[in-house]
Design a protein around this ligand. Structure first.
Ligand code: CAP
Ligand code: MG
Length: 430
């Protein structure tokens, strides 16, 4: 008598139905477990199965089973009937395709690479509230990346000091001042004080420059507190809220997407903690999948890496993540991503940040083009002449790239850029 039924979830001749969700996994089976059985176990445990054959089961349940339909070396594609998934509940999707399966003893390593979300699944989600065109209209910026910086050191300033650094950042030509991921409301820099004082500085910078200025002020907390903080942002005329989306969880982001949209707030998604599960190439969940889920639930932008800065992320992966966020129809790239037609779901901006300075701007724009949010933080506050000149130097580096001239050429007529190159050149921090 058979003790398990994993192979019931494998059919390499199966052709997925139009509205099924398809997942691509990398996996390594444990010794003594064949690839087919391992793949069947992934499909079983992420859909209707369990470890043993059962005394009885209604026939109709076979229609809910996931199916392994493509198996190549250590890569498997699994198709999931749409009926498995609650309408509009991305959290439940994660419990299914990114849940128990990571802990199965028969699978030594498992990595969820990407998923194709079907039109029937997408139909229940609103996606980003503004889209990239809407954000550009809101900020009155075109033809160049949106730019921003985090006051550094990343935490320790009083609200007053924070706002003064912010003012210098805006006066240097940047669009945004961003809170750091671990700054929320601390004894020496209360959220309420920062929102109020920054608004005053913003208004002054807008009057002096004639440009629209904004900030990603971090509301990260429990959801009820995030709602109160979003209310305060709207009261002071802000148009963004920042959320650390991994630590807040997909459920928190989903709640805040609607709440912030009603207040006219776009969401800047910081991804702190992502490297706990997306860095190991043999186990975990890719950044491209996290980016997909966050566009689905409606953030307006999310950090996506630099390739040349201080944090992990290859050029290929970054280009794939940018496509998943920006494009309407995404062509799968080999074993890095799957096809995705986003239908009416608006797009979102990739955010490139982490160890950047004016000397690295061309490398980043070579990867992303101009459709991104570029954050240069240490790379402006460490400028020999201070924050404002650091921002000016970064804007000059962007101009050089868009005008097709080298930084060195530009620096002959741009002293702030020249000073930045003098200090950092093309240094790539680790
Ligand atoms: C960058 C940053 C961002 C990282 C996050 C930091 O500061 O503020 O949090 O960019 O990484 O705290 O390191 P610097 P990622 O510009 O001074 O490095 O964008 O890869 O999610
Ligand atoms: Mg940071």
């Amino acid at each position: 008598m058979a003790t398990d039924w994993y192979m019931d979830f494998v059919d390499l001749s199966y052709q997925p139905e139009k509205d099924e969700i398809i997942c691509l996994f990398y996996f390594e089976s444990d010794d003594g477990v064949t690839r087919e059985e391992a793949a069947g176990r992934i499909a079983s445990e992420s859909s209707t199965g369990t470890w043993t054959t059962l005394y009885s089961m209604p026939d109709r349940m076979r229609d809910l089973q996931a199916t392994v339909f493509d198996l190549e070396e250590n890569y498997v594609k699994i198709s999931y009937p749409l009926e498995l998934w609650e309408e509009g509940n991305a959290v439940q999707l994660l419990s299914g395709i990114a849940g128990n399966i990571f802990g199965m003893k028969a699978i030594k390593n498992l990595r969820l690479i990407d998923a194709t979300l079907s039109p029937g699944y997408l139909a229940h989600f609103k996606g980003p509230a503004f889209g990239n065109e809407g954000i550009r209209k809101m900020m009155k910026v075109s033809g160049r990346p949106l730019t921003g910086a985090v006051p550094k050191p990343k935490i320790g300033f009083s609200a007053e000091e924070h706002a003064k650094v912010g003012f210098e950042t805006w006066m240097g030509g940047f669009d945004f001042v961003k809170d750091d991921e671990n700054l929320t409301s601390v004894s020496f820099n209360r959220f309420e004080d920062r929102v109020r004082i920054m608004a005053g500085m913003r208004d002054r910078a807008e009057q002096l420059t004639g440009e629209k200025k904004s900030a990603f002020i971090n509301i990260t907390a429990d959801t009820e507190t995030m709602k109160r903080r979003a209310d305060l942002l709207a009261e002071y005329g802000w148009n963004y809220a920042m959320i650390d989306v991994v630590v807040c969880g997909t459920a928190g982001v989903m709640t805040m997407r609607d709440y912030c949209t009603d207040l006219g707030l776009a969401i800047h998604a910081h991804r702190a903690m992502h490297a706990a599960f997306d860095r190991n190439p043999r186990h975990g969940i890719t950044m491209q999948f996290l980016a997909k889920i966050m566009r689905l639930v409606g953030v307006s932008q999310i950090h996506s890496g630099t390739a040349v800065g201080k944090l992990e992320g290859s050029r290929e992966e970054i280009a794939v993540i940018a496509d998943i966020l920006r494009e309407k129809v995404v062509q799968g790239k080999g074993r890095l991503s799957l096809d995705q037609d986003w239908g009416d779901i608006r797009n979102a901006f990739p955010v490139s940040s982490g160890g950047l300075h004016p000397g690295l701007v061309p490398d980043v724009l070579d990867i992303y083009g101009t459709e991104l949010v570029l954050l240069v933080s240490g790379g402006i506050h460490g400028h020999p002449n201070g924050t404002r000149d650091g921002a000016v130097a970064t804007m000059q580096a962007i101009e050089a790239w868009t005008d097709g001239v080298t930084l060195e050429e530009k620096a002959k007529r741009a002293p702030e850029l020249d000073a930045a190159l003098e200090k950092w050149g093309r240094y790539k921090p680790k």
